[in-house]
Write a protein that binds this ligand. Structure first.
Ligand code: NAP
Length: 253
């Protein structure tokens, strides 16, 4: 069953209950990873993701963890420590705000986006490095950061604050990868394009991705599975010489 996953090693996927995180959890379990998913509110979705993995004889654990809270992140990693040695982190949890121009953005909203999308990813990466780095006695591993093509397009008239948070993620990938490359850890990123998940509804525009699909060179939105497939490949030994880079998975957008 293992396809590139170090035997019995754990992957932590933040925001693993729905959307891209859920698809990644299921794909990683199929490749032999023991999966720990974080989620923030939706107990039923988290239970359902764990059940889907267990139904295929995979191992999974769901832990309520708001990545906007350092205490929650510490508790997530502690719970994962009890599940097996950490081999990978997928920094997937991320939010958008309602569609707005920059002139209408308040400090509270911007700080919330940055706390969840940026600070949360930094703190999770910190905890993963402490466990996986050879410098700390670890056996190495992989960190996959979820960016967005928004980081390069800027999301004008929509959510420039979100796009900027993903620009910060791209920089985290470059800088951290160089800090830990000689310690057995690869740090890589994915920039999804328009993907069919609930995130667009949470930004108050459920049809956004379908409406914009004709602007995609491939003329369609992507699926969560198409992002998950790229993530689990980056986590695998097939990507053993890949670090410090972020890959667009966006149909050419
Ligand atoms: P989604 O469908 O909205 O799912 C969000 C997931 O994150 C859920 O599991 C949710 O948990 C969890 N979550 C939300 N806020 C959280 C918090 N504060 N702490 C911990 N978990 C939290 O999102 P998605 O579309 O799969 O997006 C996943 C990642 O891909 C994000 O980083 C997003 O920015 C990025 N991305 C997505 C797209 C796209 O078009 N979908 C494009 C580019 C980049 P609950 O189930 O408990 O609510």
């Amino acid at each position: 069953m293992s396809d590139g996953a170090p035997a019995s090693r754990v992957v932590i996927i933040t925001g693993g209950s729905r959307g891209i995180g859920r698809a990644t959890a299921i794909a990683a379990a199929k490749r032999g990873w023991r999966v720990v998913i974080g989620y923030v509110n939706n107990d039923a979705a988290a239970r359902d993701t764990v059940a889907a993995i267990e139904a295929s004889n995979g191992k999974a654990l769901a832990v309520k963890c708001d990545v906007g809270s350092e205490a929650d992140i510490l508790a997530l990693f502690k719970a994962a420590d009890g599940f097996g040695p950490l081999g990978a982190l997928v920094n997937n949890a991320g939010i958008v705000g309602q569609t707005e121009r920059v002139e209408n953005l308040g400090a509270e909203r911007i700080e919330r986006i940055m706390r969840i999308n940026v600070t949360g990813s930094f703190l999770c990466a910190r905890e993963a490095v402490k466990r996986m780095s050879a410098k700390h006695g670890g056996k190495g591993g992989v960190i996959v950061n979820l960016s967005s093509v928004a980081a390069t397009l800027g999301s004008p008239n929509t959510y420039v604050d979100y796009a900027a948070s993903k620009g910060a993620i791209d920089t985290l990938t470059v800088g951290l990868s160089q800090e830990v490359a000689a310690e057995g850890i690869r740090v890589v990123g994915i920039r999804p394009g328009l993907i069919d998940t609930d995130i667009h509804a949470s930004g108050g525009d459920p049809d956004r991705h379908h409406r914009l699909s004709k602007t995609v060179p491939m003329q369609r939105v992507g699926t969560a599975d198409e992002i998950a497939n790229a993530i689990v490949w980056l986590m695998s030994d097939e990507a053993s010489y890949v670090t410090g880079t972020t890959m667009n998975v966006s149909g050419g957008r």
